[in-house]
Design a protein around this ligand. Sequence first.
Ligand code: ZN
Ligand code: ZN
Length: 383
Amino acid sequence: MTTNRRIELVAEALRERCVEVLLVTAPANVRYLTAFTGSSGLAAVAASRGGGEDGCDAGAPGGGHVFVTDFRYETQAAEEVGRFAPECERVIAKGELIDAVATLLRERAGAAGGRGAIGFDERHLSVAAHGKLRELLGEELELVPCGGIVERLREVKDEREQARIGAACTLADEALSEVLEGGLAGRSEREVAIELETRMRKLGAEAVSFPAIVASGSHAALPHAQPRDVAIERGTLATIDWGAMLDGYCSDCTRTYAAGEPSELGREVYELVLAAQLAGVEALAPGLSGREVDAAARGVIESAGRGERFGHGLGHGVGLEVHEGPRLSRQASEDPLRAGAVVTIEPGVYLPDELGVRIEDLLVVTEGGSRNLSSLPKELISV
Ligand code: ZN
Ligand code: ZN
């Protein structure tokens, strides 16, 4: 039988932890392992085919991997999961998916006459679902928090995934270039955001990665500002943060433009953020931790005495989700970044009641350093 490498790697991680089965409930993780794109799906990855032959008792509940969905997705699951993860037994639940999988695991454990550990993702399973599982699994099966196993695999993107993210970036860049042809000054933030989102959809995006941010003047001092029905004034800076979703993968990019002629302060802050952004891009390489790359960019802003005004992390991973691992921040893990990670570098300086500047690129960490997927120029442009 064809084996799905991703599922095989999860099984390996489970054997190391002596956990027999991992319940995969987060939709992005389910999609990553099985290619299922529907909204109701759950996977149970087995450490082994049973018998505890791997040095610990992993395998006691027996049986192979399972994918559970409901009747609405029977055909879709046969196509997607059947092709991508044929080793998963497909089960159509009559009621709740969690009930179906718990019943199945309990039957299997009973048949194998053993106890066992069932891993779950504590960051995704609700307290209610956990309580129900606890009840249905019975005393023999222990529930063990195992969050992060699939997320860690997802951090390193293969070439196909990198190509999809790159295509999403190209599409998003093209959409913004079209919007900028109409200028920014005098148009409302909301109007620009709606036009940008519409153009991404028309260019083939299946969705936006997140609602576009368009924030001008003092409103841009809020890093996650909502676009307002307020005209972008001449002489102010406007920050645009946007992304497209294509083939399930996201892009994420930010540019700050001058509507007309920028102020002295606007120009100064812009140059500072740009210098920090370039320092971050320059530092990005495998072997360095997300904390070290953050420090490389942050140091530039701190040296200029504006460290207090850069209150968020330098960047984050992007893939099936727009915010995923690895993180680049002061609190990030000290583990070295791995080639194949796709991360943003997005320093910002926010001066309350005055202005905000953020510049964000999306990059792939490569063996030799990094490759930038964002193509729009970064010098301060007046539009
Ligand atoms: Zn962004
Ligand atoms: Zn971002």
